[in-house]
Design a binder for this molecule. Sequence first.
Ligand SMILES: *[C@@H]1O[C@H](CO)[C@@H](O)[C@H](O)[C@H]1NC(C)=O
Length: 343
Amino acid sequence: MITKLLIIILHVCIPLVGTTPSTGDQSLFERSLDATEGLLEFFSADYSSINVDGLFGLRVGEGQLLDAIDVCEKKPTCPFSILSRLTALAVKLGTTCERALPYVEQADPAYYERFMQTIDAPYRLPYRVTTLSDDEVESVTIGKNSLYDEDKGDACYARLLGTYEEGGCRIGKCNVTKNCVDMMTSKGTSRYVTTHQLLYFIVMETVKCREKVEEFLGDKGVASFQKDLCTNIYKEALEATSGGKVMESEKDLFLERVLLCGTLGYEDFLKEDWIKMTLQWPDSRTGCFKPRYHSSIFTGRSERSNMRKLLREKTMKDGCLSHTSGLGFGTFCLYLHHLTMNI
Ligand SMILES: *[C@@H]1O[C@H](CO)[C@@H](O)[C@H](O)[C@H]1NC(C)=O
């Protein structure tokens, strides 16, 4: 492994011209790599102002990159030039995340302590290839409840993580209650409520609580809740693109949808049109995601927010948006993983 890494690092310093065979996906791959490198350039230059949101997106991206590297190493058709760029990205990303951690902690120690497990290591998620049928999507009615109770939701996440306190005592990890399950499975939800319901069933897997929670859930497993939610979320994403493009104010949510369902293997979210569309979203000069209009859609919602803190936007260097840029980074790494599997 060490020698392989060394060879790769050496290789990165050598011009890569002509080493990539031309395949149908090459340009999409190249564009995804360029966009990911551009975003990482931005984050690595401004790591001291990355917040929890931004770091979460970077950690999901890190997991996707590591998966992409695993796939590429085992695949004879995956060119060395791609493997070396993926590896260089992963190395630089690891450093950026480590450097950002103390700043994130300093910004909000209590919050950091509670949610540390979601940002202190790469997210490795099981990618189970799933395609939704037309009937499944057809049968969904988009819900109306878009108000997320952040405090209640945070408590449910903390119960899973083992950081929830009751009467001055921490209760054991992987704790679930009926109230939490009801909240996270309630029907008729939309927008950030659906994505945060899904996130609950994702966090649970990444912190290895799946089995314990399934004992509590009875006959319906975690994967089936994930599927129901991604079917809903897909229908919402389709609606968001129905005008041929996604409205400026909807881009953040759109990326969150693609990232959360895509990393679970819901490949409907990884259609070429959507990949191409989102790759055009970053600012061409800075590589990051910025509000297109000056009057930010986020002003006013940051303090008294209905949403989990994970959604709180923060402006970084050059007017870049931390949450959207972090989600964008994770999403582009997901594309790299997906494209590597199909190379
Ligand atoms: C979760 O914690 C509550 C206390 O808040 C406890 O009564 C309950 O038994 C725990 N549930 C599980 C499944 O561990």
